[in-house]
Design a protein around this ligand. Structure first.
Ligand code: SAM
Length: 234
């Protein structure tokens, strides 16, 4: 399937699936979990605390690409706040539901964000919330490479994901690699210092990095997260 999305800030997006592209096997395995999750209707639709906290830092004159948008809670929030958004998710169900709520500023596309190549150029903002812990270490590294390559100079990167201090780290079946734990689905917990290093090594300047112990709680899920804002300085 080929999906073309045009915007004035990005080149044509051609997400034709090719076996030769590296994909996240974990994400493909978890895909039915996420499809069921988004069909369940018990998904929060209010914007995440991370989205509201970074809204004023986004370069609103430029498109924002969201990696793993889920039910679009943050994509719609950014769109309502006059930001042009291209929001990607692997879940066909999520994209189908999101597309039934139209907003001129947002385009939803089913895609594996770990398999992106040259589809976007000169992106102004990349946003990823609770998705980098959903992919294996190699896919995470590939995604950071893609972020650096696709952002324009002074482009901004916004990341939030679970750290090793999250109470779910250590719950479920232990995965094969560092920080991996599997319950109903896969999670990979990281130390914030490692993410900061991975981001800086690629040529980003850290504008903000913090570990947040309370702001991302939702119901019984007392998530502990890293929050990073970085600028491509090269
Ligand atoms: C924990 S949810 C977060 C959703 C949303 N960002 C939010 O904060 O509500 C993780 C999302 O990442 C998506 N996802 C996981 N791996 C993916 C991949 N490789 N490519 C695209 N989406 C992916 C899942 O389908 C799911 O919607």
């Amino acid at each position: 399937m080929t999906i073309i999305a045009k915007s004035d800030q990005t080149s044509a997006l051609d997400l034709e699936s090719e076996d030769s592209k590296p994909h996240s096997k974990i994400s493909i395995k978890d895909n039915s979990y996420w499809n069921n999750f988004y069909s369940s209707k018990n998904v929060p639709s209010i914007p995440s605390p991370f989205a509201t906290s970074i809204l004023s830092s986004i370069d609103k004159s430029k498109t924002l690409v969201e990696l793993g948008c889920g039910n679009g809670r943050d994509a719609f929030y950014f769109a309502r706040n006059h930001i042009r958004v291209i929001a990607l998710d692997l879940s066909k169900e999520a994209i189908h539901i999101n597309n039934s709520f139209q907003h001129d500023n947002v385009k939803f596309v089913q895609a594996d964000f770990t398999a992106l190549q040259q589809e976007f150029k000169n992106v102004g903002n990349v946003y990823s919330r609770f998705t980098l812990h959903s992919v294996d270490y190699e896919s995470y590294q590939r995604t950071l490479d893609w972020c650096f390559q696709s952002l324009q100079k002074n482009g901004l990167l916004f990341l939030e994901a679970r750290t090793v201090n999250d109470p779910l780290c250590g719950v479920g079946e232990k995965g094969e690699y560092k920080g991996e734990w599997i319950t109903t689905h896969y999670r990979r917990f990281m130390e914030i210092k490692d993410v900061m290093e991975d981001v800086q090594q690629r040529g980003f300047e850290l504008l903000h990095a913090s570990e947040n112990f309370t702001d991302s709680w939702y119901g019984d899920d007392h998530a502990v997260v890293y929050r990073i804002t970085a600028k491509k300085i090269e």
